[in-house]
Design a protein around this ligand. Structure first.
Ligand SMILES: Cc1cc2nc3c(=O)[nH]c(=O)nc-3n(C[C@H](O)[C@H](O)[C@H](O)COP(=O)(O)OP(=O)(O)OC[C@H]3O[C@@H](n4cnc5c(N)ncnc54)[C@H](O)[C@@H]3O)c2cc1C
Length: 481
C-alpha cells in the first residue's frame, strides 16, 4: 500500500487518530485532505462547556508513556500540559474500594464472613484454573470468575460489567475481559499483603489547560500550517473507484478526489457501506456481516453540584447493582487554576446497548431526575437531589464494540474486505477494542507511515488489534492494495 509520490490522501475523521495521521502526512509533503463530519475537531476527545463549566466526553487524561507520542504532545501543547494524580475507586454498598482491585484493601474494609468466602472462592478458582489450564476460557464471565472466584466476581465485577457491557457476559469474548480487567495473580496478591505490591504502574495522567479538546485544536492548527486541508462539517458518505484510487462523495453531495489512499478512522461499518455502494454484487454479503456487529452507546449526565466537588477520586466505577450508572467523576480533578476553582460539576456515565432494551430513560428530563435521586444515595452526595441540577445530557453512539462470537466472525471477514479494497482502518472505531488517545495517535502515525511507504499495514493494526484479528491481518498483509 505504498503511496504514489505526490498523490493525494484522504483521512476520514478528525479525532486524535485522524489528526495525527494528517499531520504526519502533511509534514512529509503529502497532499492531504482531512474530512470531519462534525463542525469541530477532536472526536471523543473533545471539551465542551455548559455555562462556565468545562467538560470532556468522559474523563480524558493522557497516559503519555515515554516515546514518540509523548514528544509530539509535549511539543504541541508546551506549558499547557501538566500532570494529575490518578486515583480510581470502585463503589459498592456505601464503600469506596481501591481500583483496580486490591486484596489488602478489600480485606481491610470487609467483615470476617466476606473475607472468608472471598478467600475460599479465590483459592478454589485459582487452583481449578491451574488444573484446567489446558482449557482456555470461552467467555468474559468465565475469564473473570476463574481469576477472582465466584464471590468476588459477583461482588466486584459482575454488576459493573453488566451495566457497562450488557447482561450477556457469557457471550462476550474472554479477550475483552483480558483487556478490561486486572488479573489478581496469586504472586501479586501475596506481594500486596506483604506491602510490596505494584499493581498500578500508572500513578499519574497528563492533562492540559482548557480540557482535552485543547490538544485536538492544537493538532488541527499544526495540520493546517503543514498544508493539510482540514474540512469540518464534511461527512464522507461514499467512496468510488477512480482509476487506481478513490473518489469521495461528501454528505453535501460534493464529489472530491482523486485520492490514492484512504485512512478511515470512523466506524468500520461506515467504511464498508461507503465502498459497497459501488459494488452491488457484494451488498448482501457485507450486510450480513454488518448485522452481526453490536455496540454499547454511552450516556453522560452532567450535574451542577451547587458546591465545590468532593475530589476524592479521579473516577469511580460503580459495582453497586442498586445504582443505575456505571461511573462517577468530577471534572475539577483534572483542571487547574481558575478552571478548577470555577468547577462545581460532576458527571455520571451510563452505557446501553444500541437498539437493545434499556432501563435507562430515553427522555433527558426523566434521566436527570433518576440520576439525581440515585446519586443522593451515595455517601458524600446526599444533598444533590435537593440542591443540584442537571446541566445537560450527551448521548454518544458506538462507544464500545461488543465482541461476542457473531461479531468476531463477522469482523474476521470484514477486515480483509476493507483492506483488499485499499482502505486503511485505524483508531478507536476502525478497530475493535478500546484504545486510549496515545494508542489512537500512534495508530495515526503508523497509518500515515504506511501511506508514505515507510511502514506496513499490519504495524497499524498490531497496536490496537485483538490477537485473533491480528492473525487474519498478517495474512492479508501489506499487499492488500
Ligand atoms: C467514556 C470514555 C472515556 C475515555 N477516557 C479516556 C481517557 O481518560 N484517556 C484516553 O487516553 N482515552 C480515553 N478514551 C478513549 C479516547 O476517547 C479514544 O481513544 C480517542 O478518542 C480515539 O480517537 P479516534 O480518532 O480513533 O476516534 P474518535 O475520537 O471517535 O474520532 C473519530 C472522528 O471521526 C469522525 N467521523 C466518523 N465517521 C466519519 C465520516 N464518515 N466522515 C467524516 N468524519 C467521520 C467523527 O465525527 C469523529 O470526530 C475514552 C473514551 C471514552 C468513550
Amino acid at each position: 500500500m505504498t503511496g504514489v509520490p505526490g498523490g493525494q490522501t484522504l483521512v476520514v475523521g478528525a479525532g486524535p487518530t485522524g489528526l495525527t495521521a494528517a499531520l504526519r502526512l502533511a509534514a512529509a509533503g503529502r497532499p492531504t485532505v482531512l474530512a470531519e463530519a462534525k463542525e469541530y475537531v477532536g472526536g471523543l476527545a473533545t471539551t465542551f462547556t455548559f455555562g462556565d463549566q468545562l467538560f470532556d466526553v468522559g474523563p480524558h487524561g493522557l497516559s503519555l508513556r515515554p516515546g514518540e507520542i509523548r514528544d509530539l504532545v509535549s511539543e504541541v501543547l508546551g506549558n499547557r500540559l501538566y500532570t494529575v494524580p490518578l486515583v480510581r475507586r470502585m463503589y459498592r454498598d456505601g464503600t469506596f474500594y481501591e481500583h483496580p482491585f486490591s486484596a489488602p484493601d478489600f480485606w481491610a474494609r470487609s467483615g470476617w464472613g466476606e473475607r472468608l468466602r472471598a478467600s475460599a472462592d479465590y483459592l478454589f478458582a485459582r487452583g481449578s484454573r491451574f488444573v484446567r489450564a489446558a482449557r482456555p476460557e470461552r467467555s468474559f464471565e468465565e475469564w473473570a470468575a476463574r481469576r477472582y472466584g465466584t464471590y468476588l466476581y459477583d461482588y466486584y465485577i459482575r454488576s459493573y460489567s453488566v451495566k457497562s457491557w450488557g447482561p450477556r457476559l457469557q457471550q462476550l469474548s474472554p479477550l475483552w475481559a483480558e483487556q478490561r480487567l486486572y488479573d489478581p495473580r496469586p504472586a501479586a496478591v501475596l506481594a500486596a499483603f506483604l506491602g510490596r505490591g505494584n499493581k498500578t504502574t500508572e500513578q499519574v495522567q497528563h492533562y492540559c489547560d482548557g480540557g482535552i479538546g485543547t490538544l485536538a485544536g492544537a493538532l488541527a492548527e499544526r495540520c493546517t500550517h503543514a498544508g493539510a486541508a482540514v474540512r469540518l462539517g464534511t461527512k464522507v458518505e461514499a467512496l468510488r473507484r477512480s482509476g487506481s484510487g478513490w473518489e469521495a462523495q461528501f454528505a453535501s453531495g460534493e464529489v472530491s478526489g482523486a485520492y490514492d489512499e484512504v485512512i478511515w478512522t470512523g466506524p468500520l461499518e461506515d467504511a464498508a457501506r461507503s465502498i459497497v455502494a459501488s459494488q452491488p454484487e457484494r451488498q448482501r454479503t457485507v450486510d450480513s456481516w454488518l448485522q452481526k456487529l453490536r455496540y454499547r452507546g454511552a450516556i453522560f449526565v452532567y450535574i451542577d453540584l451547587d458546591r465545590p466537588p468532593n475530589l476524592t477520586f479521579t473516577s469511580c466505577y460503580v459495582a453497586d447493582p442498586k445504582l443505575p450508572f456505571c461511573r462517577i467523576y468530577e471534572p475539577a480533578w483534572y483542571l487547574r487554576g481558575d478552571e478548577r476553582a470555577r468547577s462545581r460539576a460532576l458527571c455520571l456515565e451510563y452505557h446501553a446497548e444500541e437498539g437493545g432494551e434499556s432501563t435507562i430513560p430515553g427522555d433527558d428530563g426523566e434521566l436527570a431526575e433518576m440520576s439525581l435521586a440515585a446519586l443522593s444515595r451515595v455517601p458524600g452526595y446526599q444533598n444533590v437531589a435537593r440542591r443540584g441540577k442537571c446541566l445537560g445530557v450527551i448521548r454518544v453512539d458506538k462507544h464500545y464494540p461488543l465482541l461476542d462470537e457473531p461479531a468476531v466472525s463477522a469482523l474476521a471477514e470484514l477486515l480483509p474486505y476493507l483492506t483488499s479494497n485499499g482502505v486503511i482502518p485505524a483508531g478507536r472505531a476502525g478497530l475493535f477494542r478500546y484504545v486510549n488517545i496515545d494508542v489512537a495517535m500512534e495508530m495515526g502515525l503508523r497509518a500515515a507511515d504506511t501511506v508514505l511507504g515507510v511502514g506496513t499495514f499490519d504495524s497499524v493494526n498490531s497496536l490496537g488489534m485483538e490477537r485473533a484479528f491480528r492473525e487474519a491481518l498478517v495474512r492479508v498483509g501489506p499487499s492488500a492494495s
